[in-house]
Design a protein around this ligand. Sequence first.
Ligand SMILES: Nc1ncnc2c1ncn2[C@@H]1O[C@H](COP(=O)(O)OP(=O)(O)OP(=O)(O)O)[C@@H](O)[C@H]1O
Length: 282
Amino acid sequence: MTSHISNSHPIVKVENLTIYQHSYCAVRDVSFALLPGTNTAIVGPNGAGKSTLVQAVLNLIPYSVGKVEIFDRPIERLGHLRNQLGYVPQNFVFDRSFPLSVSELVGLGWIREGRGALALAKRGEAQRDEVRGEGRGSFWRSWNHGQQEKKAAIAQALRRVGVYHLRNQAIGTLSGGEMKRVLLAYCLVLPRKLLVLDEAFAGVDAQGTADFYNLLHELQQEEGWTVLQVSHDIDMVSRHCDRVICLNQTLVCTGTPEVALSAQNLLATYGPSFSRYQHNHS
Ligand SMILES: Nc1ncnc2c1ncn2[C@@H]1O[C@H](COP(=O)(O)OP(=O)(O)OP(=O)(O)O)[C@@H](O)[C@H]1O
């Protein structure tokens, strides 16, 4: 796999980001950087701006002030490198009667460099060769090979998240936790450099959550993926993430879990309700 990034160079740079949701300032003056191969969690109370922040980082909503760079390019000019981003949103809203199977949904993630305009142009050339009798079936052989490759990648992605048995099921029939797994499979169908998860484990059972964190660890350690996740699970974050960003409209602190998740920082992030929570769970 070719790398665009050297190991000590940030894969994501966010500088002084301010985001308005209509007239409400949801995120104010937030800066952070993500190093390749790290797993970073954004934590904070409901309404802190976590989803807003990741959506702006992915250029899904506009920001008012600041700068976002991914792979050293402004997010607005990422071009085909967007294929190297995977995103599982907090809510996936769709028409449940839409006739799409789990495998078909995961297959939509199979868009890769060389399978876009350039590949189409090459296919056009191949088709012209066929018409002239010069292609000797090479176009169809390569198309067939691509389809086999795609089918194998879908099967592997579904197996990795434990839902291969659901491959022919309509997406409208899935439970909440199953849908989260399928959306993760959609991201896994191709190698990515950055995976952004917005409460991807909400609704997933305890064993499933543990399996997911193991899978993220594997993606990080063996395949060099960088993970940015929004989470409310302080316990899992402290055990599995390398870095934590504490957010409450603005950046409260950032650092290793030991530093960022100290009682003092959590109190500053969540307010007095956190000490009540801590008291009830200790
Ligand atoms: N379209 C909108 N108009 C006005 N305010 C909005 C809009 N969208 C979001 N907000 C507000 O922006 C704030 C940040 O929302 P966001 O969804 O980013 O929070 P969050 O930290 O992800 O919360 P949660 O943990 O509950 O998912 C919230 O107070 C929300 O009500």
